[in-house]
Design a protein around this ligand. Structure first.
Ligand SMILES: Cc1cc2nc3c(=O)[nH]c(=O)nc-3n(C[C@H](O)[C@H](O)[C@H](O)COP(=O)(O)OP(=O)(O)OC[C@H]3O[C@@H](n4cnc5c(N)ncnc54)[C@H](O)[C@@H]3O)c2cc1C
Length: 344
């Protein structure tokens, strides 16, 4: 049943972002279906206001109050909607407001593989295509079939295929040419019934060994290994405010990489089409920022890529710290870092 739209005024966003920043939304509303979303979009107050679609708030940094309407996605649905015997795959449809890890668990419960390497990534299903979430040798685009989205200006529903989404490294058309134009309402993945497991990432293999696994791992084993690695490596936002990796790993030309490598022989890097990707965490750590703290904010002491709110920090202070880090890495290495987090 569709409930009439309710707009709340002056709502604290503190519990809606994993940085735990206490910004306020001038207007705030939830929607649990595409119909409720369309009803909201037809309200004059909503039409006139700047809009922010909110999932789990795990990839956002609020630097000030949001002088518009925050639309919180709560569309729930998890369903296997079809099978293809030729490719031995099944299509799984998920409402955009489902938690991403909940979808991973659902796939495992259906004995379907393909997203186990993406276990425990915070946030919602609907935000996953925005930056083509990725971890441990896998990306959303590997299993993505299509998504449904509502066009903000018309309220019309449109389907986007994988090609139309224009996925790249932490990129999609929804962060580029179609930014702020569509609201994702459902995502459909094509998952494997005959498992094709990805253990290309060294830490997964080591952890599987530590788990005492002999023989072939199952998708659930991979998921368990990934969760162990993540829990060891990344701070839990429930304990310390953060949004995961704050910066993307920069991609350098081969020539630039070779020149830097001659100067800094320890510089890590791995080949990607058109160049070499360098871990931003290494550049930040070598520039002396790991564990840096100023008042209530800083850089995590075990993971230099993660900026943290120790409690009560202002988003603008974290943004300033990010700018200082970018400037110091630029000065030392001549490499430009770009935030992965959406700064508001
Ligand atoms: C501890 C930690 C670890 C993380 N690890 C990883 C990782 O390994 N790999 C990775 O890729 N990311 C990682 N992230 C980042 C984050 O989890 C992902 O970017 C996630 O997809 C964000 O989902 P969300 O629902 O929280 O999005 P939000 O933060 O709510 O929103 C992010 C952006 O997407 C937009 N958006 C959200 N939902 C929709 C929608 N339905 N339609 C249109 N636009 C929408 C928002 O407006 C905003 O611009 C990590 C974050 C944390 C805190």
């Amino acid at each position: 049943m569709t409930t009439p739209p309710v707009l709340e005024a002056n709502v604290s966003l503190r519990s809606y972002n994993t940085f735990g920043i206490d910004a306020k939304a001038r207007l705030f509303a939830r929607f649990a279906s595409a119909e409720e979303l369309r009803a909201l979009l037809s309200l004059p107050e909503v039409q006139q206001a700047e809009k922010l679609i909110l999932g789990g708030g795990s990839n956002l940094l609020f630097t000030k109050d949001f002088d518009g309407v925050v639309l919180k996605n709560e569309i729930r649905e998890l369903e296997v909607i079809g099978h293809d015997d030729a490719s031995n795959t099944s299509l799984v449809r998920a409402g955009a407001g489902e938690s991403w890890h909940g979808l991973v668990e659902y796939a495992l419960s259906q004995n379907l593989s393909g997203i186990e390497n993406l276990s425990l990534i915070p946030g919602t299903v609907g935000a996953a295509p925005l930056q083509n979430i990725g971890a441990y040798g896998a990306e959303l685009q590997d299993t993505f079939d299509h998504l449904e989205a509502v066009e903000i200006s018309t309220g019309l529903v449109r389907t986007f295929t994988r090609v139309e989404c224009g996925f790249g490294y932490r990129e999609s058309v929804f962060k580029g040419p179609l930014k702020n134009q569509y609201i994702v309402t459902a995502v459909v993945l094509r998952l494997h019934r005959q498992h094709q497991l990805n253990v290309s990432y060294g830490a997964i293999r080591t952890t599987l060994e530590e788990m005492g696994l002999k023989g072939d791992p199952t998708p659930s084993h991979i998921s368990e290994a990934v969760m162990r690695i993540r829990r060891n490596k990344l701070p839990d936002p429930a304990e310390i405010g953060n949004a995961g990796s704050f910066f993307k790993n920069p991609e350098l030309s081969q020539a630039k990489y070779d020149a830097l490598k001659a100067q800094y022989p320890d510089l890590p890097g791995y080949a990607v089409p058109g160049g070499v990707k360098v871990p931003a965490a290494w550049l930040i750590e070598q520039s002396g920022w790991k564990g840096f703290r100023r008042g209530a904010h800083g850089v995590h002491d075990r993971q230099a890529l993660v900026l943290v709110n120790h409690g009560g920090a202002q988003g603008a202070d974290i943004q300033l710290l990010a700018q200082e880090i970018i400037a110091s890495v630029r000065e030392k290495y001549g490499v430009e870092l770009h935030p992965e987090v959406n700064i508001m």
